[in-house]
Structures are given as structure tokens and as C-alpha cells.
Design a protein around this ligand. Structure first.
Ligand code: AHR
Length: 509
């Protein structure tokens, strides 16, 4: 519902000012910044996406339809698979052919559980087709071989005659698929092989050489990149021209962990200081992006190589009573704020950040969806993705934000973040987060390069409790609502940003 505006504005010397440079749009916010990640981990694939054809849960060829509908609702642009750490133990030929003949293996990273390979390449590609999204496949550079990875590319994408394409046809798929995004290993400095940067760099060059473009399919190869502030890794991958030519994206992984990896903290039971620490560590994502971008700018000023944040999100302790290897965690308003802040950062850095994948889509870490048997819950993070989908493939409008601090004891953080975009119809969307737990913020938005604002409408995601969450057998406690706490005059808009909220405004200029 849009509101016509001509009210007078109040604040004279506003403490919170957002300058929205409508006339300075240069870069596009790729929809791939809104990507997702599905690993063979806990109940992400099995019970999450995949229930099998004989399940009483409504499915198409074994894939849950409530999940497909929900993810289509957020216009999921891509899905990364099969890991994560699992990817470097995965041998793709285990997951093709008749399901009852596929080998059963041990999922060594995630709980040591049995993996029967019933969800493999064909099931994943079917899932992507049902979702209408791009597949992002992470190849095994850790425990696999060059030949194995090269053959997987050929199996998927070639329409020529070869043993691999014949095998694909025998398994029921005549035509090749299109697979653009291809990971050359995952966390090769850790679970993907404990490699040094120079060693990985050489291996990556070898694998990349043999992963070919077939039948008009052009791979966007993503090299394993740093975790957090590992600048040396980026430097090693970026410094040689001949290495840089082997990939188009460099991965960056960074999780928000409230305390430390040993005791991360509960997803739902936390105090104000833990809210604060979580936000502080989330905002460090910007430092990581800036520092790696500086290195990349030095060697690649024309920005041919994208920074691909293909694992990020909140990592809390598992829910009490759940398998520690399954990484099942609830998702509260705190997670929604973390999603909103990160997405604003990615939007604002879209000249370098070309893809991002929150970990992970269902039942694992900062999930969009939780499932229990036939039930499905949409998390607060899901709703942020739903509200922000207006930014997909829109022109990024640079913003300059000056804002008040959110203080706790002697420490302080900027209370607000924001990003803006303009779509093909000329409509501007503005997303804003306020992490202050008590105080709303009066934000004055000044638009440069436009005469006046015609209409504004908005949505808000908030709740009375900072740890509010959506759960099974209950009405949703956290979901978007109409937002109208704004007034506009000429090219100025004043927004009252409630405490602990995410707001998206639609603005007709
Ligand atoms: O997302 C969970 C795990 O986190 C992934 O498997 C791994 O890449 C990262 O360490």
C-alpha cells in the first residue's frame, strides 16, 4: 500500500543522515549476492530438500514441494552444493545411476552418519530446475583427482559423444545441463586438505586447466579463498598473472561466532551483551571485504575477479538435545538483523562482491527454513531475504550514512546500516537496519539528483523480544508488517527506525 506524501519534516540538525546518490549509480547488485548453500550435513539435504519419492510429504521426484514453494518465494538465485567440507570427500560417481546400487559411505565431517548417496547429481540438478535457480557445484580438490573433477564437468555440460556423456544419457538425461558456477575445492587451508597457499595455488591451476568449457557452457571458476582476515592467502592467489587467469571468483568465508568456536552461545537464550557482540562481529565482515578488496584492487584494478562470499552467517551452539554434528540451530530476530546488515554490506560492495551464499538453507546454521517431518517454519532470516529480493539485479545507488551509536557499557557501534538500489522501472528500494535494542532512530534521507519523492511504502521486520523466533505448532512470531513511520517533502524523507528492526522502503521518484 503506497502513501502520498507532502508532510513537513521536523529534524533541524539530524543526528542520522543518509545521503542517497541517485545520480551516481554505476554498478549492478547481482542477484547472486542472495545465494544459498546446501551441504550434505545434518538435515539440510535429507529431510530438508529430499524426502524421497515414497514419502507421504508432498514431493516431486523426491523433492519437498513446501520447500520449493518457499524458496521460490524469495527468488532463490543459486544453490551451492554438495559442501562445504563434505565436497572434498565427495566422489560424484557414487551419486549417479540406480539409487539402490549407489554405495553407502560415512559422512566423516558431519556426525559420522551413513550417506546412502540417494541425493546425487541428477537429483541436485532437478532441484535447481524446480527452484528456477543456478547450480553452484563445489568440486573435490582435496581427496579427489583432476580426472574425476574434469569428468564431472564433462558429464554435466557436454553435448558431444564421450563415455561421460553416454553415461549421463544412460542415467536418463539426454541433454547437457548448464552449470556456470564451479568451485575449485572448499576451505583447502582446512577441511579441504590443510594446504598452504602456494601449494593450493599450484593444485588449483592444475585442476582449473582440465575443467573445460563444453558446448557453449562457460564456467565461472571459484578458487578457494581466505577465511576472515587471512590476507596472505589472497595475496598468494592474486599476485601472479598466470594464477589469476585460472579463476574468476575468489571465495571468502566468514562466520559470525558470538563467543568462540568452543562455546559459541545459544541461538535463542542470550543477553544484551551477546546481541552486541554478535552485531560487532557481523560488522567485521565489512573490514574483511575491504581488506581483501584492497589486495584484489592492486592486482586486478579492472575488477575481473569477483569476491565470492560463499559461506557466511551466524554460527551458534546446536539446539539442546540435537546431534552436535548436525549444526541445527534456531533463528531469531538477532539472526534477521545479521542477515540485513550483511546484505546491505554486500549490496554496497557489489562492484567487487559478485556472489554470496548464506550457510545453510534448511535445518543447518542460519537457515531460511526449518523442517520437522511434514511441517515447515520460515525463519526471521527468510523474511529478510523476502523483503530484500527487490534488490536483485537492480542498479546499486551509493549511500553515505552518518548515524548515532548503539552503546553498551564502554563500547559502541554504528546503530544503522543501509543500502539502496533502483530497478528497471525506476523504483528505488532502500533497506535499513537498526541494531539499537531500545531506541528508535530518526533518520533523514536526502536524495541527490532527483526533484521530488512521489510515493513511499514500506515493510518492517521486528518483534518485541530480541530473541523472538518462529517455531513449529505456533503462529509465526516474526514476520514482515506494513510500515508507515515516514514522511517526505521534496527530495527529503524522514524515517523513524524502530529499535531492533529491518525496514525496506519502496520509493517512487
Ligand atoms: O557450513 C558448515 C561448514 O563450515 C562447511 O562445511 C565448511 O566449509 C565451513 O567450515
Amino acid at each position: 500500500m503506497a502513501t502520498m506524501l507532502s508532510t513537513s519534516l521536523s529534524a533541524q540538525n539530524p543526528a542520522n543522515v543518509l545521503t542517497i546518490q541517485v545520480d551516481k549509480a554505476e554498478h549492478t547488485i547481482s542477484r547472486h549476492l542472495y545465494g544459498h548453500f546446501a551441504e550434505h550435513l545434518g538435515r539440510c539435504i535429507y529431510g530438508g530438500f529430499w524426502v524421497g519419492e515414497n514419502s507421504p510429504i508432498p514431493n516431486v521426484r523426491g523433492i519437498r514441494q513446501d520447500v520449493v514453494q518457499a524458496l521460490r518465494d524469495i527468488a532463490i538465485p543459486n544453490l551451492r552444493w554438495p559442501g562445504g567440507c563434505f565436497a572434498d570427500t565427495y566422489h560424484w560417481k557414487d551419486g549417479i545411476g540406480p539409487r539402490d546400487q549407489r554405495p553407502t559411505i560415512i559422512n566423516v565431517h558431519w556426525g559420522g552418519v551413513t550417506e546412502d548417496n540417494s541425493f546425487g547429481t541428477h537429483e541436485f540438478m532437478d532441484l535447481c530446475e524446480q527452484l528456477g535457480c543456478d547450480p553452484v557445484i563445489c568440486g573435490n580438490l582435496g581427496s579427489g583427482t583432476v580426472q574425476e573433477m574434469a569428468q564431472w564437468v564433462e558429464y554435466l555440460t557436454s553435448d558431444n559423444i564421450s563415455p561421460m556423456t553416454e553415461l549421463r544419457k544412460k542415467n536418463g538425461r539426454e541433454k547437457p545441463w548448464r552449470v556456470r558456477f564451479w568451485g575449485l575445492g572448499n576451505e583447502s587451508w582446512g577441511c579441504g586438505g590443510t594446504m598452504t597457499a602456494p601449494y593450493y595455488s599450484n593444485e588449483m591451476r592444475r585442476y582449473s586447466t582440465f575443467c573445460l568449457n563444453y558446448s557453449g557452457n562457460e564456467l565461472y571458476k571459484v578458487a578457494c579463498g581466505p577465511y576472515g582476515d587471512q590476507i596472505e592467502w589472497t595475496e598468494t592467489l592474486m599476485k601472479d598473472e598466470s594464477t589469476r587467469r585460472m579463476f574468476k571468483g575468489l571465495a571468502l568465508h566468514y562466520y559470525t561466532v558470538c563467543h568462540d568456536w568452543g562455546k559459541k552461545g545459544s541461538a535463542t537464550v542470550f543477553d544484551e551483551s551477546e546481541w552486541f557482540i554478535t552485531m560487532k562481529k557481523t560488522l567485521e565482515m565489512e573490514t574483511h571485504i575491504r581488506r581483501h578488496s584492497e589486495v584484489m584492487d592492486r592486482y586486478d584494478p579492472e575488477k575481473r575477479i569477483g569476491l565470492v562470499v560463499d559461506e557466511w552467517g551466524n554460527w551458534h551452539d546446536v539446539e539442546p538435545g540435537s546431534n552436535p554434528g548436525f549444526l541445527y540451530q534456531q533463528n531469531t530476530l538477532r539472526d534477521a538483523l545479521v542477515a540485513g546488515i550483511n546484505l546491505n554490506l554486500f549490496n554496497n560492495h557489489c562492484d567487487r562482491v559478485t556472489m554470496a551464499n548464506i550457510a545453510q538453507t534448511i535445518n543447518v546454521l542460519q537457515a531460511m527454513l526449518l523442517t520437522r517431518d511434514g511441517q515447515l517454519v520460515r525463519t526471521p532470516s527468510f523474511y529478510v531475504y523476502k523483503m530484500y529480493k527487490v534488490h536483485h539485479d537492480a542498479a546499486m545507488i551509493p549511500v553515505v550514512l552518518q548515524c548515532e551509536a548503539f552503546r553498551l557499557a564502554t563500547d559502541s557501534l554504528p546503530a544503522l546500516t543501509a543500502s539502496a538500489s533502483r530497478n528497471a522501472e525506476g523504483i528505488l528500494h532502500l533497506s535499513i537496519t537498526n541494531i539499537d535494542l531500545r531506541q528508535s532512530k530518526e533518520l533523514v534521507c536526502e536524495f541527490t539528483g532527483i526533484r521530488s519523492i512521489q510515493r513511499v511504502s514500506g515493510e518492517i521486520l521486528t518483534a518485541s523480544a530480541m530473541n523472538a523466533y518462529n517455531d513449529f505448532d505456533k503462529a509465526e512470531a516474526v514476520q514482515p508488517a506494513r510500515f508507515d513511520r515516514f514522511k517526505a517533502k521534496a527530495n527529503r524523507l524522514q524515517v523513524t527506525m524502530p529499535a531492533k528492526s529491518v525496514v525496506v522502503l519502496e520509493i517512487q521518484l
